[in-house]
Design a protein around this ligand. Structure first.
Ligand code: GLA
Length: 797
């Protein structure tokens, strides 16, 4: 057999897809993904891991020199060939592979029998866009796509497996297109986007699964556990990617940590019901799979029709979780986000929600806006409550007329005044929903999703509009488009505040199509509204992080990560997201304390120190800020704007937690480095804290300084009497007035050393430990934190 180099141009750039002796070699800069066509036409998975030179892969192939016990031979003349013991690229059903199939298609004549054999392949330069869903994009210089055609002629089914190799990004995406080539209708009851059979020995024999799970105001907490026998995984059935389980997950070797070891990452470019699973059987193989959740899904295909899955994203790193995250981050920025948002600086926002709730008006907003502009904010977002009837969450959704009582001169007057203050204007919308108390619902009650003959259920007092209905889509496109064209809005927050139930539409051919068609049409609506308006920065939101996924990021610049703005909760939420999503996509605001969601009281410094590792904003009644707080906020914003590029587009690393209650984050870009050191809970008589600084040049000398921050004196209560010349009542007027105008310096620290020295871990100054205060002591207590800025002093030899 010859050696066929399929993409020689790509090979010069270090990436390649090659086909040699029936084996497909997919090569990225640091990884290899290989599979081969077996003697019976199945695709045998060979290797996904560190990059290997292309060679005869036999030594990596699964042995078949003996018959397996308790197996079914695929062919009578070849009793040692059983599909149950082979690693496979994409299994059919009913052929002797007893692991779960990614594909269940019911045909009228053979039921569920499906034997998918190789028929041919094609290679395309660049990515191939899907017809109905968003997919990652890559130019011919960045990406190469291999399409493998499989078929079962007896069943009348063709399956095309798409593999797009993003070589420099070290990512491979996969998706599947199925086609009915038979004479009768078939029903696709399950069709996942990928299957990957990995030897568990490649992950140290004791692999771990890491998922990102939660609830409203507690999204994307990382959970790490050993994979036991049988099934593990995540799924969503809420109609969106959900705050229950993010679609992204990781598999890691037993000994992997943030900086070492083998880690596989999986994600999905999809905003609907998803399933991600790992099946651990007795054969030493793990079957990883992911795609649309088959629960409640079925898709009939008439002769000649096709169905395409969402795209799955696969990455591997042998440099620990940080190595994997770096690859995923770069991939999202370069190949998922719309090109217009890629490296665009995100403005510092003021958002009206937490301070004003529904009680917005031109007068009240302008009071906040004057303060916001004075403090250095750049974008002013009018959140919920601006349209007619929207006094609370029982009314108004569906209509887009401005409330004349709140805005007697219309929104245009506000936008003009914001502009005069130097602020861009932004607006909140929730176009997928309708309240019963709205003109839209009174006119078109049939536009809401509902099971015929049964009252529809409410969530947050609202119904879900039936986006399977083209008239509804046109209405949303026209209404939001008109709002954006009537005013100079530079930003939109697109919200979605309930889950789907009563998931039935008369506008699809079968009930099992509704949830998926809704999502496909949503993406079309977003494309129609925002592609022609590239000046509008889109942020998406779904009660916070209920729809934090790659398909929403194919339209938007960032996503509101959580309605929870308590920084201690945000440590978990933002850290969880950081495994798979870059900081420029994670929207993070500072609000008042005690927090609306937890009642926790946290220092203003920590609220900033957490939010700055993301896209910064404030949701705060700025009129209530004391003079000291105003100074602090002004300095925070100036600091963020100076280092914005680093916080939004730098390389992010999580340092291995020295203690469950400490988090250490770092951003760097080769020139600058900033670290955040966070303490959730203080312990008495603490051991010295070490702060490791990663990625510096070993022989260059650096200076590390804490970012100046204020300690507000009302934090100390009666303790303040230890440092004041006269005794003060902690609840008295003298102290409360003083607290508005005076503060203490917190943690003034400075350290110098070479990169090699700093990598050992700086022995940080003492924390407060009940003995004394001075400006060099780190006054952390519960919820305390400090930022450290690293500057280069002298080049090494
Ligand atoms: C959701 C969002 C909030 C806010 C409210 C408005 O909860 O997550 O940020 O926009 O809706 O109703």
């Amino acid at each position: 057999m010859g050696y066929v180099r399929i993409s020689p141009a790509a090979d010069r750039d270090g990436h390649v897809i090659e086909h040699r002796d029936g084996t497909f070699y997919l090569q990225t800069a640091h990884t290899s993904y290989w599979f081969a066509v077996t003697e019976h036409g199945h695709l045998e998975h060979i290797h996904y891991g560190p990059r290997l030179a292309i060679q005869d892969p036999s030594a990596l192939r699964w042995s078949r020199v003996a018959r397996g016990g308790s197996t079914v031979a695929y062919a009578p003349e070849d009793v040692r060939y059983s599909l149950d013991t082979l690693p496979l690229e994409f299994s059919g059903i009913g052929q002797g592979d007893y692991r779960t199939s990614p594909c269940e298609i019911r045909t009228a004549h053979v039921g569920y029998d499906l034997d998918l054999g190789y028929r041919g392949h094609e290679v395309h330069a660049g990515s191939l866009a899907a017809r109905t869903l968003p997919t990652a994009h890559g130019t011919p210089a960045e990406a190469t796509t291999l399409v493998i055609d499989l078929a079962d002629e007896r069943a009348g089914i063709e399956v095309a497996l798409h593999y797009t190799v993003f070589a420099a990004a070290d990512v491979i995406t996969r998706r599947v297109v199925v086609r009915n080539t038979g004479p009768a209708e078939v029903v696709v009851e399950k069709l996942l986007s990928f299957q990957l059979d990995l030897p568990e020995a490649s992950l140290g024999g004791a692999p771990r699964l890491i998922t990102f799970d939660g609830a409203w105001i507690a999204e994307t907490h990382a959970h790490d556990r050993p994979i036991g026998p049988g099934f593990s995984g995540v799924s969503s059935s809420t109609g969106s990617s959900s705050n229950r389980h993010n679609p992204g997950f990781l598999l890691a070797a037993a000994d992997a940590d943030e900086d070492h070891g083998r880690v596989h990452g999986f994600n999905l470019v999809y905003s609907g019901n998803h399933l991600g699973s790992v099946e651990r059987g007795a054969t030493g193989l793990l079957r990883v799979a992911g795609g649309i959740n088959p629960q409640g899904f079925s898709w009939p295909l008439a002769p000649g029709e096709e169905f395409e899955t969402p795209e799955a994203v696969l990455a591997f790193a042998d440099t620990g979780f940080n190595g994997l995250s770096e690859r995923m981050h770069r991939f999202v920025v370069d190949h998922v986000l719309p090109a217009r948002y890629r490296r665009t600086p995100r403005p510092v926002a003021y958002n009206s929600w937490e301070a004003l709730s529904f009680d917005v008006s031109e007068r009240r907003l302008l009071k906040q806006a004057r303060r916001a502009a004075d403090l250095g904010m750049e974008l002013f977002v009018v959140d919920d409550g601006w349209f007619a009837g929207r006094k609370d969450d029982t009314a108004g959704l569906g209509d887009y007329a401005v409330d004349d009582a709140k805005f007697p001169r219309g929104l245009g007057s506000l936008v003009t005044k914001l502009s005069a203050l130097g602020l861009q204007a932004g607006i909140w919308v929730e176009p997928e929903m309708v309240n019963e108390d709205s003109e839209l619902y009174r006119t078109h009650p049939e536009w809401a999703l509902r099971i015929p003959g049964k009252p529809a259920r409410l969530g947050r007092q609202q119904h879900v509009l039936d986006l399977c209905n083209p008239d509804v889509c046109d209405y949303v496109v026209a209404s939001v488009g008109a709002l954006l064209d009537a005013h100079d809005f530079r930003y939109v927050k697109w919200d979605m505040n309930r889950h789907l139930a009563d998931t039935h539409s008369p506008h699809v051919r079968a009930p099992g199509m509704t949830a998926h068609q809704y999502v496909a049409n949503l993406h079309d609506v977003l494309r129609r509204i925002f592609e022609p308006r590239p000046h509008v920065l889109l942020e998406t939101c779904s009660s916070g992080g209920n729809r934090f996924d790659l398909a929403m990021l194919a339209h938007s610049a960032m996503i509101w990560a959580s309605d929870d703005t308590d920084p201690i909760e945000r440590l978990e939420i933002q850290q969880g997201l950081s495994y798979l999503y870059p900081l420029s996509t994670i929207s993070a605001h500072i609000s008042n304390a005690p927090h609306q969601q937890t009642l926790r009281n946290t220092p203003l410094s920590t609220r900033f120190n957490v939010a700055c590792f993301g896209v910064l904003g404030y949701e705060y009644d700025l009129e209530l800020l004391s003079s000291e707080e105003r100074k602090e906020v002004r300095e925070q914003i100036a600091f963020y704007r100076t280092h914005r590029d680093l916080f939004q587009h730098g390389r992010f690393r999580r340092h291995t937690k020295p203690h469950p209650d400490r988090f250490v984050w770092q951003v760097d870009d080769g020139d600058r480095t900033i670290l955040g050191n966070f303490q959730r809970r203080v312990v008495a008589a603490p051991a010295p804290d070490l702060l490791p600084v990663a990625g510096l040049e070993p022989e260059t000398t650096y200076r590390v300084r804490s970012k100046p921050q204020r300690l507000m004196i009302d934090r100390f209560g009666d303790l303040i009497n230890h440092v004041t010349p006269i005794r003060l009542d902690p609840r008295g007027v003298v102290l409360s007035t003083a607290a508005k105008f005076t503060s203490l310096t917190d943690a003034a620290e400075e350290y110098v050393g070479t990169g090699a020295l700093l990598a050992q871990g700086i022995r940080l100054h003492h924390q407060f430990s009940g003995t004394e205060y001075h400006p060099g002591i780190r006054m952390l207590g519960d919820h305390g934190s400090t930022l450290y800025v690293v500057e280069r002093l002298e080049e090494g030899p």
